[in-house]
Write a protein that binds this ligand. Structure first.
Ligand SMILES: Cc1cc2nc3c(=O)[nH]c(=O)nc-3n(C[C@H](O)[C@H](O)[C@H](O)COP(=O)(O)OP(=O)(O)OC[C@H]3O[C@@H](n4cnc5c(N)ncnc54)[C@H](O)[C@@H]3O)c2cc1C
Length: 587
């Protein structure tokens, strides 16, 4: 059943109690409840994903509105970022059924085979290696044709994909005016920007058709694909929304090892607390910010840091919250010819009639611009092996098949933090450092579970990350210098005109980066797996170390951030985790 207040619960003891209805929580709840003898409760802090404003969740092109100043978002802000001129930047996280999978930009990428082979090595468990986890990626997904009905057989490699999993994915359902130019560039400049028919095949490098969590022109989230179907068809799963897990409660111990099988939940900072108990285990799936926050509120973390906010240490696990990794994003824009067909009329609000027509079209048959997300193509690239940057600062990537940066081309002005122009036509490039070596943190600002934690992605703390972004922006310029863009590109937009102009310097580009970098909102690794004793936060089975009763399944358990947008990777790891949990309980 679906509950909106703890007082509605008919019972307070379940086999599994899952915190967070995001990707990890949705997948694990749906898989565990496949066994009718198992009783599952999911507790979600946020709101439902249907009803008020929910078209912003369902309509892919409205993804930006779902996450900024939105009722579906925690609306966090980071601590001031030293390398970004001390700016504190917006840090969206889903506060809704489906978690961030209901508010994200829908891009469906897994990362490289090297990423998962490194994961396996750190975990000391081969089940995370590329070859072993590939069946779980396939299990999560269902390839469908794009919303325009196009034959997409040359746009992906079927051998690497699933066709019967819960979550539908597709390549774009709306071809744009720049697609042909992008593909032509991969031919003209094939040495630097080669075509890759499927960047989700483990071979990440090159540029290909972007895959998106979109089916029938509509967003696919862990709620729509996993949790709601389970909830609507089974009687052994309950979901409680509008309710936060405030801390884990100690229920016993085996020798000196404490057991935590109860959880305290509440709807307001000062309101009543309800105790929920798991017969088997508690699974934290509150994401890379929420999961370490709950652990720390429970006294599990670095004792000295906890003492600063008046929390007594119950279990020493100093790495909780310390290893935050995220992908910095800087977008670059170019003004394009007035004849170009772009989506700026809709994005800049200069053509309200076009925007209305696009929404009406989507309402009628789920097609058109609204059925698609930011970019149609995306590429992953390495700095050359003889690059002086790598020689000087080292190589942060997981291996030679992994990327240093990503380029994704957008057929309109796109930014996450710059003021929008009021007119004009543009092409934008999303530049992302995908193998960052900077490490940030999540720490408590207060012992109040309703207070936001301190989030510090610590962008460009390493010179390597800043230099990779610089090289990525120079690569964008080389990309659009292909002949096929002649007459289409007019000039770089705004501060970029000078920085990328004939008298521009690296220092000018770096000034642009420092002013306009934001987060692509991929925080991960704040409760990392580690197979070695005394290291990390969870063991290879994702059980929290130094205690019993609690496992973690979400983006926080990754030891390193993958070199691509992480949601497909988190779905795959969550599918694997569900199997591990079933196995450990003989289910
Ligand atoms: C704006 C935005 C754009 C993004 N774009 C992309 C993209 O295009 N492609 C991609 O691959 N990834 C993208 N991501 C990242 C991706 O969505 C996340 O990495 C992924 O959803 C993380 O999954 P998770 O299970 O770790 O956490 P989440 O999906 O965030 O789920 C965590 C859930 O736990 C709940 N929760 C937290 N604390 C508590 C508590 N104390 N009690 C109860 N519930 C709690 C939250 O409300 C949330 O529902 C984007 C994210 C955002 C925010």
């Amino acid at each position: 059943a679906f509950y909106t207040d703890p007082s509605q619960l008919k019972q307070t003891t379940y086999d599994f109690v899952i915190v967070g209805a995001g990707i990890g929580g949705g997948v694990v709840a749906a898989r565990l409840s496949e066994n009718p003898s198992v009783k599952v409760l999911v507790i979600e802090a946020g709101v439902d994903d249907t009803g008020y404003r929910s078209e912003q969740i369902q309509i892919p092109f409205m993804c930006g509105q779902a996450s900024v100043d939105s009722p579906f978002d925690w609306n966090y802000t980071t601590t001031p970022q030293k390398a970004l001129n001390n700016q504190a930047i917006g840090y969206a996280r889903g506060f809704v059924m489906g978690g961030s999978s209901s508010t994200n930009y829908l891009i469906w990428t897994r990362g490289s085979s090297d990423d998962f082979n490194r994961f396996a090595k750190v975990a000391g468990d081969n089940s995370y290696s590329w070859n072993s986890i590939l069946p779980y990626f396939k299990k999560s997904e269902r390839h469908v044709i794009p919303s325009d009905g196009r034959n997409d057989s040359a746009e992906y490699l079927p051998a690497f994909h699933g066709f019967s999993g819960p979550l539908a994915f597709s390549t774009t359902g709306n071809l744009s005016g720049i697609d042909d130019k992008i593909l032509a560039t991969t031919k003209e400049l094939s040495a630097e920007f080669p075509f890759n028919q499927d960047t989700n095949s483990g071979k990440l490098l090159g540029l290909g058709w972007q895959q998106d969590a979109i089916g029938n022109g509509t967003r696919q989230s862990s709620s729509s694909a996993y949790l709601k179907p389970a909830l609507n068809s089974r009687s052994n799963i309950d979901v409680l929304i509008h309710t936060r897990a405030t801390r884990l409660l100690k229920t016993g111990s085996t020798g000196s090892v404490p057991e935590f099988k109860s959880l305290e939940i509440a709807t307001t900072s000062t309101g009543p607390r309800t105790k929920i108990t798991a017969r088997k285990e508690i699974i934290l799936s509150a994401g890379a910010i929420g999961t370490p926050q709950i652990l720390m509120l429970s006294g599990i973390g670095n004792a000295a840091d906890l003492a600063k906010v008046g929390i007594n240490s119950t279990v020493s696990l100093p790495e909780v919250g310390t290893n935050l990794q995220d992908h910095p994003l800087t977008s670059t824009q170019w003004e394009v010819s007035p004849d170009a067909v772009t989506r700026d009329g809709i994005v800049l609000g200069t053509d309200p009639a076009a925007a209305q027509a696009a929404v009406e079209r989507w309402n009628t048959n789920r097609t058109g611009v609204m059925s698609t997300t930011l970019s149609n193509h995306m590429g992953f690239f390495r700095l050359p092996s003889n690059s002086s940057v790598l020689a000087k600062y080292g190589d942060g990537s997981s291996g030679p098949g992994s990327a240093h940066y990503e380029l994704a081309w957008v057929n309109n002005f796109m930014t996450i933090n710059q003021p929008f122009p009021t007119s004009g036509k543009y092409v934008a490039n999303i530049n992302v450092v995908v193998s960052p070596t900077s490490r940030g943190s999540v720490t408590l600002a207060s012992s109040d579970p309703f207070a936001a934690p301190l989030i510090d992605p610590n962008f460009y703390n390493t010179d390597l990350d800043l230099q990779v972004m610089l090289e990525s922006i120079k690569a964008s310029k080389r990309f659009i210098s292909a002949k096929v863009w002649d007459g289409y590109i007019v000039k770089p937009y705004g501060d970029l005109e000078q920085a990328l102009g004939p008298n521009g310097t690296d220092a000018d580009i770096i000034a642009y980066i420092r002013q306009w970098t934001g987060s692509i909102k991929h925080p991960m690794c704040t409760a990392p797996v580690n197979g070695a004793k005394g290291k990390g936060v969870v063991d290879a089975n994702l059980k929290v170390k130094n205690l019993t009763g609690v496992r973690i399944v979400d983006g926080s358990v990754f030891p390193y951030i993958p070199a691509a947008a992480p949601q497909a990777a988190i779905y795959g790891v969550s599918e694997l985790a569900a199997d591990k949990i079933k196995k450990s309980w003989g289910l």
